[in-house]
Design a protein around this ligand. Structure first.
Ligand code: SF4
Length: 371
């Protein structure tokens, strides 16, 4: 079941995860174990599926119905739970990411995922990291139970609009199968009197004409309205014996720019309208979105470091939430006059700020003073 590691990012560093997965060439146990940065630290996590059989026919997927090349394996919940327990006791893994193909409906498959995890939690008393996939069409009580049992759940939208999803996965409905599950999950979390799993989603990027504007607009809405913890963007990569086998792969750099942009929306007080989209609805891939915005907006109107508020500081290339807070604190007692002072405050490459800021009322010299 090693293929699952290639197609489902699950941790906090999906790009590193992808590199790690692509190193594995042979089908071996190692393929199923990924070292993930999880909310509980870096862990060797078993990524696996209840079954690699599927009744759906998503055009990009190696597990789609009718694909001859896919090995179809199915575990019973107690088998899979026991296997995990043995691996966990042997210290091969500390965490599980459990997904599945769909057989006999999303509801039936979701039951198998939950049954497996009930055994792992109750019979084997495992209290470590669990990430579960929510099946399209799962019921609200299944969602609630999964959120009680797991640390994180995924409800993968795959496409950012109904039309894009139909082009990717003709048997899935964006609203009735998926988006309303995300709404339920957000509501359950906000009303819960106990800790429930965080919620993430994933998009397949670039196979069917989806734009960065579509992907990031929906991501912003999910963060604000449904409490989404993060979105994963998977650059499309063609799989043999699927209807998309002859499409071009999506450039990894596009995926990287989407991640950068989604962090601006989630952590840097940006709104989707602030992002410098081109007329195609996509972002430039040759420059990071923050620098592209700064080039358009700050070269003529630089930000005064001593006067800027937090959200203005967060517009500057090289300044994150920690750097902005450090500057705000430091300037209460110190006049910040040059780039060297910013470096001593922990801003790693202050020289990149030079075209966009005023220090001591002036544009700083581009060369850092030596001391
Ligand atoms: S439902 Fe999931 S496993 Fe089945 S074809 Fe679609 S993406 Fe693949």
């Amino acid at each position: 079941m090693g293929d699952v590691t290639l197609f489902e990012p699950a941790g906090d560093s999906p790009l590193a995860e992808k590199k790690q997965a692509s190193r594995y060439q042979s089908h071996s146990l190692a393929e199923c174990i990924t070292h993930l940065s999880t909310p509980k630290g870096k862990k060797p996590v078993l990524k696996t599926m209840v079954t690699t059989a599927c009744e759906k026919n998503c055009f990009y997927c190696p597990f789609r119905a009718g694909r001859g090349k896919t090995r179809r394996l199915t575990f019973k919940p107690d088998e899979l739970a026991r296997l995990f327990d043995e691996m966990q006791r042997a210290k091969l893994v500390d965490g599980i990411f459990l997904s599945s193909g769909i057989i006999n409906s999303g509801v039936t498959t979701q039951d198998k995922i939950i049954d497996t995890i009930e055994i792992i939690r109750k019979k084997y008393h495992y209290s470590g990291y669990i990430h579960l996939k929510i099946m399209p069409g799962a019921e609200v009580d299944q969602l609630y139970r999964a959120m009680q049992l797991a640390d994180r759940i995924s409800i993968n939208l795959e496409g950012p609009t109904p039309e894009r999803l139909t082009a990717l996965a003709p048997k899935k409905n964006l609203y009735s199968d998926l988006l309303n599950r995300l709404e339920w999950a957000g509501r359950l979390r906000s009303e819960a009197h106990q800790k429930l799993a965080s919620v993430v989603t994933q998009f397949v990027v670039g196979a069917v004409g989806d734009t960065d504007l579509e992907l990031l607009s929906l991501t912003e809405k999910l963060h604000h309205q449904m409490g989404l913890a993060r979105a994963y963007y998977s650059a499309f990569s063609p799989v043999t014996q699927t209807p998309f086998e002859n499409l071009n792969p999506t450039a990894p750099l596009r995926e990287f720019r989407l991640y950068q942009s989604s962090f601006l929306l989630r952590d840097y007080e940006w709104e989707v309208e602030d992002l410098p989209f081109e007329s195609s609805g996509n972002l430039r891939t040759d420059v990071d979105p923050k620098r592209a915005w700064a080039d358009l907006n700050l070269r003529e109107s630089p930000i005064d470091i001593m006067l800027a508020d937090r959200s203005q500081l967060l517009r500057l290339p090289g300044i994150g939430p920690l750097g902005a807070d450090t500057i705000l604190k430091a300037r209460r007692s110190t006049q910040l006059r040059d780039l060297g002072q910013l470096r001593r405050l922990g801003i790693r490459t202050p020289e990149q700020l030079a075209p966009y800021v005023l220090l001591n009322g002036q544009r700083p010299a581009q060369q850092l003073p030596l001391f």
